[in-house]
Design a protein around this ligand. Structure first.
Ligand SMILES: NC(=O)c1ccc[n+]([C@@H]2O[C@H](COP(=O)([O-])OP(=O)(O)OC[C@H]3O[C@@H](n4cnc5c(N)ncnc54)[C@H](OP(=O)(O)O)[C@@H]3O)[C@@H](O)[C@H]2O)c1
Length: 306
């Protein structure tokens, strides 16, 4: 079996590459095209067609996206192209070459006012990123009707730069000792990228066996935490002072961040078999520990992209 993972240089894509290690897997990157990854601009139909024509994959996973507010606020056209146009073009490419498609979407398609959200719950995104992810879902469904859209909450895992996850940014704020206010209203469900990647692999396997799973599925960790709650856990685990960290409501007050997007994913474990649940309390320390020093890890350190 052959798989193509678009966005394989990103946080989730790196985990998905590992999870598909039992297949002949080709990963793509855009700006981080080092090593074995193939450089592909997913906003180019020709680039996508060229790769898919060469590899002829059985399954495609689309992990391309731009979710960092600092980037989408500064370059909205580019961010829209990466979130919406790329999703459509990858879906068109997958359908043309007869591959099954798993497309990654986000809990931000919901407004966070009425959790838990089932796959059929009405979306109502509050910000540009959520609107783009929803437009991408529509485009994927139109271009590749048998694709499966996997909605995920905020992810964490081994990172290459501190701003790659909220969690590592929060760890840096706790470790710095500088006064900071962190939102204690909006609840997130931080899910390990490797767990999400395992779900992707199981979904792909089920699709290749012809199982029908519905066009939208949800996966999420069960433990809900605010940013402030994550900061306290980090401080407690690493015996760091936390008196410089204040509880606030900035994200909720801004009005463009959903308060609680808990995803109902009850139907999925039955369809996929047992997926290894990674408990936040156990998994977060190794993810944040290298980033508690002001300089970050000694090796593999990368300047945070703006
Ligand atoms: N991280 C989360 O908390 C989270 C939560 C829910 C859903 N999601 C969704 O999950 C997916 C993966 O997220 P992530 O956190 O892994 O994102 P990420 O770390 O920012 O990675 C994004 C990937 O997209 C690639 N990319 C960007 N522009 C591209 C272009 N023009 N052509 C081709 N590839 C391009 C990047 O390549 P380069 O880095 O090489 O440029 C990278 O591989 C996204 O769809 C995101 O919306 C993420």
């Amino acid at each position: 079996m052959r798989a193509v993972i678009f966005g394989a240089s990103g946080l989730l894509g790196r985990s998905v590459m590992r999870a598909f290690g039992d297949m002949a897997v080709t990963g793509t990157a855009f700006s981080r095209g080092a090593g074995a990854l193939v450089a592909v601009d997913a906003t180019s139909a020709d680039a996508i067609a060229g790769l898919l024509g060469r590899v002829r994959p059985d399954v495609v996973v689309s992990c391309v996206g731009e979710r960092r507010p600092a980037v989408w606020a500064g370059a909205p056209d580019r961010a829209r192209a990466v979130n919406v146009d790329a999703a459509r073009l990858i879906a068109e490419g997958a359908r043309r070459c007869g591959a099954r498609l798993v497309h990654i979407s986000s809990d931000y398609v919901f407004d966070g006012t009425a959790p838990p959200y089932r796959p059929g719950s009405a979306p109502n995104p509050l910000n540009a990123y959520g609107r783009w992810k929803l437009l991408a879902e529509h485009a994927v469904r139109a271009a590749c009707p048998d694709a499966v859209i996997l909605r995920l909450p905020v992810l964490y895992g081994p990172v290459r730069f501190a701003a790659e996850t909220n969690l590592t940014e929060i760890a840096r704020q706790v470790a710095s000792g500088a006064p900071v206010e962190l939102d204690d209203v909006c609840v997130r469900y931080p899910t390990h990228a490797d767990e999400a990647a395992e779900v992707c692999r199981r979904l792909a396997g089920a699709l290749l066996q012809g199982q029908y799973l519905g066009s939208v599925v949800h996966w999420s960790a069960e433990q809900g935490l605010t940013k402030y709650g994550m900061a306290l856990l980090i401080a407690r685990r690493f015996r760091l002072p936390a008196d410089h960290v204040r509880a606030g409501d900035a994200d909720a007050a801004a009005g463009d961040r959903p308060v609680d997007c808990r995803l109902d994913c009850q139907n999925l474990p039955a369809a996929l078999g047992p997926v290894r649940r990674r408990l936040f309390d156990i998994e977060f320390p190794p993810a944040v520990e290298p980033w508690l020093m002001p300089t970050g890890p000694a090796t593999g350190r990368r300047k945070d992209p703006s």
